[in-house]
Write a protein that binds this ligand. Structure first.
Ligand code: ADP
Length: 184
């Protein structure tokens, strides 16, 4: 977990490879659908381009489908999901029916100036259609309204592991590896 620009996607790719489990990024799945022009992509793009969350029903069904694939049986790393209280409820139901449980919820902490700076830089490098200034502001608002409260929920369940997301990529990875007690 962490606001847009915290580095979730970058770190999730490294950590999932280290653990040998699939990296399931809802943002990446939405973007792949947008670029292939699927009905899901057409629906998702309207929300993404406005900085809003895709409706829970759409997102939950997509994650449910993805988690049902065989490669998820040994475990998986979720990136960008759950982001709402309703998604947490749905995820809990999916986990219990698959006899899985969360091992940890990782939060990357970053300050707002750093996050905005990173997103503006990414906008100029990658040209993501949701990285314009107005949309970035909205995405941060939505994160603080809808997703930040989940952090306290996971803290109270003793699942939360917080890692400082500032600094170079390799240093952040090192902190995550240490915090989760993974073998490098
Ligand atoms: P970021 O973390 O930088 O916002 P992502 O690639 O994770 O980027 O997500 C991009 C967009 O995809 C979000 O702004 C949102 O519109 C949509 N999205 C991703 N995950 C979810 C989710 N769990 N629920 C609803 N919408 C989502």
């Amino acid at each position: 977990m962490g606001p847009p620009g915290a580095g979730k996607g970058t770190q999730a790719a490294v950590i999932s490879a280290m653990l040998g489990v699939p990296h399931i990024s809802t943002g990446d799945i939405f973007r792949a659908n947008v670029s292939q022009g699927t009905p899901l992509g057409v629906e998702a793009k309207r929300y993404m381009d406005a900085g809003e969350y895709v409706p829970d029903g759409v997102t939950n069904a997509m994650v449910r489908d993805r988690l049902s694939h065989d490669d998820c049986r040994p475990g998986f790393l979720l990136d960008g999901y759950p982001r709402t209280v309703e998604q947490v409820g749905e995820l809990n139901a999916m986990l219990s029916s698959a006899q899985h449980r969360l091992d940890a919820v990782l939060e990357l902490t970053v300050d707002m100036d750093e996050v905005v700076g990173r997103l503006v830089k990414r906008a100029s490098e990658q040209g993501r259609s949701d990285d314009t200034e107005d949309v970035i502001r909205r995405r941060l608002e939505v994160y603080f309204e809808q997703t930040a409260p989940l952090i306290d929920m996971y803290r109270s369940q003793d699942l939360l592991v917080q890692v400082d997301g500032l600094g170079i990529i390799e240093d952040v990875t090192g902190r995550i590896v240490a915090a989760l007690s993974l073998e490098a």
